[in-house]
Design a protein around this ligand. Structure first.
Ligand SMILES: Cc1cc2nc3c(=O)[nH]c(=O)nc-3n(C[C@H](O)[C@H](O)[C@H](O)COP(=O)(O)OP(=O)(O)OC[C@H]3O[C@@H](n4cnc5c(N)ncnc54)[C@H](O)[C@@H]3O)c2cc1C
Length: 386
């Protein structure tokens, strides 16, 4: 066992056991029919894994982010896909760190009990793309409510969530001192919103991710549902985004380990020209290289998670570990497919499905280019292109 898989051994073992109830065939059928993994999410919820970050006073386990990382990593390593429910862990960063006592008391116990789902995170818009400061969804104050108008795209799990953390502009961009100012974060109760100003349209994509487009047409959101101060929302969601990047990086590590396990097993079993294909260094070395790359990325993930848990700045570390881990998983995916030859393309091996799923993480939740830009400008001090 490597140092990067030795933390939280009991949790890892228990998650592994739970995932054995949801084998490749389960995920394949869902993938074929673009169906949400309700039974899997329920099992994770019942076991308490989706509320590990919630403080004990609200019914959670009060574990650090590193524990949540171990859970998601094991789900991915088992061949499953935690994307159906991982958002509950990262959206928590915004609510836990910046929500009022009333908001935490109102929502956290229900989430901890599994009665409420906080699975949707509404940031991306079709016209702004990665440039979040240009979002156009507006929330305009009207008495005790805000009236929300606008559009979001790629908002995953919106149809399967009771609550959504929404980012909207409360002050037009050109009236703000800083372009990242003037945005606010809201908790939207989807149960009331759908049909009363919020429309959800599912989007078909190359993976089974339950992603959607959202249309806001005079949706009323109570002022009481605003998290923190008006105009400081971008700062608040950054905590959620750092957690998101670290958690997704741990999923990528789990994916990489899935591909490496599968590739090395197959390389030992498959005999061609009278010998296991793994005897050939052309097969063996790429898998070994993937292992080294994955171990390095896993150490970066642990480091970022520890900084997050200590409450220290970790924006660069979160970005860098996500880039390293998503590249490790993608390179491992490619090697695994190559190792399996034609059989890698058949659906029964689950490799083509995991290959498609792993590709997402070089684009979402932030693309590799934007991470390189962050490192180039914020870490290394070179000039910014935008
Ligand atoms: C399956 C899926 C699920 C998602 N779930 C959610 C969700 O739940 N909530 C949510 O808010 N969002 C979600 N997203 C959105 C995701 O975060 C965005 O797709 C991602 O941030 C990239 O934004 P974009 O698609 O608008 O790409 P764009 O910003 O249009 O970028 C397109 C390409 O151009 C590159 N690029 C852009 N600007 C520059 C530059 N200055 N320099 C160099 N390269 C540049 C990018 O790296 C990218 O490769 C999801 C996306 C997908 C595909």
């Amino acid at each position: 066992m490597s140092t990067t898989t030795s933390n939280y051994p009991e949790i890892r073992d228990a998650v592994k056991k739970l995932c054995e109830r949801f084998p490749g065939e389960y995920w394949r059928v869902l993938d074929d029919t673009a169906t949400y993994p309700t039974e899997f999410v329920q099992a994770l919820t019942d076991a308490g894994y989706l509320s590990v970050l919630i403080p004990e006073q609200y019914g959670g386990a009060a574990l650090p982010l590193a524990a949540a990382c171990a859970i998601l990593e094991e789900v991915q390593r088992s061949g499953g896909n935690a994307a159906a429910c991982h958002a509950q862990m990262y959206t928590m960063g915004t609510l836990l760190r910046h929500g009022s006592e009333e908001q935490k008391a109102q929502y956290l116990p229900g989430i901890a009990k599994g009665e409420l789902r906080l699975q949707a995170f509404g940031v991306t818009e079709p016209t702004s793309g990665t440039d979040t400061t240009r979002i156009r969804t507006r929330a305009v104050r009207d008495g005790d409510d805000y009236i929300v108008n606008g559009q979001k795209v790629f908002i995953s799990r919106a149809e399967h969530s009771d609550l959504m953390i929404l980012l909207a502009r409360t002050t037009p961009r050109d009236e703000c001192e800083k372009t990242s100012g003037g945005m606010s974060v809201f908790i939207v109760d989807m149960r009331e919103a759908v049909g009363n100003g919020l429309t959800i349209n599912p989007l078909k994509t190359m993976i089974n991710h339950g992603t959607t487009e959202l249309f806001f047409d005079n949706l009323r959101v109570p002022v009481a549902n605003r998290i923190g101060e008006e105009g400081k929302g971008f700062k608040y969601i950054l905590d959620g985004m750092n957690a998101e990047r670290i958690l997704i990086a741990s999923e990528c590590i789990g994916d990489a380990r899935f591909f490496i396990d599968r590739a090395s097993d197959y390389a030992c079993e498959r005999e061609v020209f009278g010998a296991p294909i793994g005897v050939n260094q052309g097969i063996q070395f790429p898998i070994a290289r993937n292992y080294v790359e994955t171990e390095a990325a896993a150490l970066m993930v642990l480091n970022a998670a520890n900084l997050f848990d200590e409450g220290q700045p970790c924006g660069s570390e979160a970005n860098m570990c996500k880039m390293a881990a998503s590249e490790a998983s993608w390179h491992s995916a490619d090697t695994c497919l190559q190792t399996h030859g034609g059989f890698g393309f058949t659906r029964d091996y689950d490799i083509e499905r995991k290959f498609r799923e792993a590709r997402l993480y070089q684009i979402a939740p932030i693309s590799t280019n934007l991470i390189l830009s962050h490192v180039g400008t914020h870490v290394l001090g070179m000039p910014k292109s935008f």
